[in-house]
Write a protein that binds this ligand. Structure first.
Ligand code: MN
Length: 189
């Protein structure tokens, strides 16, 4: 099912416009949801979780399931009024341990996002030993594919930013830090 947004379509302005949210959530994500529901009918994935489908499927089912999982995590990691601008607790400690500092982590995440060629995602994820990783995922892939648990994802498909930032992907990514719901991200660890 299409997830409901926990904020109004215009609530993330000026970082993400109402128009972008309406297209991105209401059209792009809805299409991935519809495609996936049609594709899994009569297959072994009919009653599987999204994570299982992403880990085990291929082709069109994988592409659409990956995008449903990606966008579900993406839209639920934002809030119009973050109560803090960097993580705390266990996640903050892990970031300091694995990236040196929060500022350096941001730099690496921004760099991965701007150097990803074509359409895809940049993810912060955690492995089974608790170590953090930044990965670039092409098209609709997701860290689940490699046994990593995704925590925070930046969508760098042009549909995520072109209406607001045109070709300026770096500017878009840099602004996303202002609307991250760190409480929601920490809960995924
Ligand atoms: Mn997208």
């Amino acid at each position: 099912e299409l997830i409901q947004l926990p904020y109004a379509a215009n609530a993330l302005e000026p970082v993400i416009s109402k128009e972008t949210i309406e297209f991105h959530h209401g059209k792009h994500l809805q299409t991935y949801v519809n495609n996936l529901n049609n594709l899994i009918q009569g297959t072994k994935f009919e009653n599987a979780t999204l994570e299982q489908i992403v880990a085990e499927s291929d082709g069109a089912i994988f592409n659409n399931a990956g995008q449903v999982l990606n966008h579900t995590l993406y839209f639920l990691q934002f809030t119009p009024q973050p109560n803090k601008h960097e993580p705390s607790g266990k996640l903050a400690e892990a970031i300091k341990r694995d990236f040196g500092s929060f500022d350096n982590f941001k730099k690496e995440m921004n760099n991965a996002s701007t150097t990803l060629f074509g359409s895809g995602w940049t993810w912060l994820s955690v492995d089974k030993d608790g170590k953090l990783h930044i990965t670039k995922e092409a098209n609709g892939s997701n860290p689940w594919r490699h046994g990593l648990k995704p925590l925070l994802g930046f969508d760098v498909w042009e549909h995520a930013y072109y209406l607001d930032y045109q070709n300026r992907r770096a500017d878009h990514v840099n602004k996303l830090w202002e609307i991250i719901d760190w409480d929601a991200v920490e809960k995924r660890m």
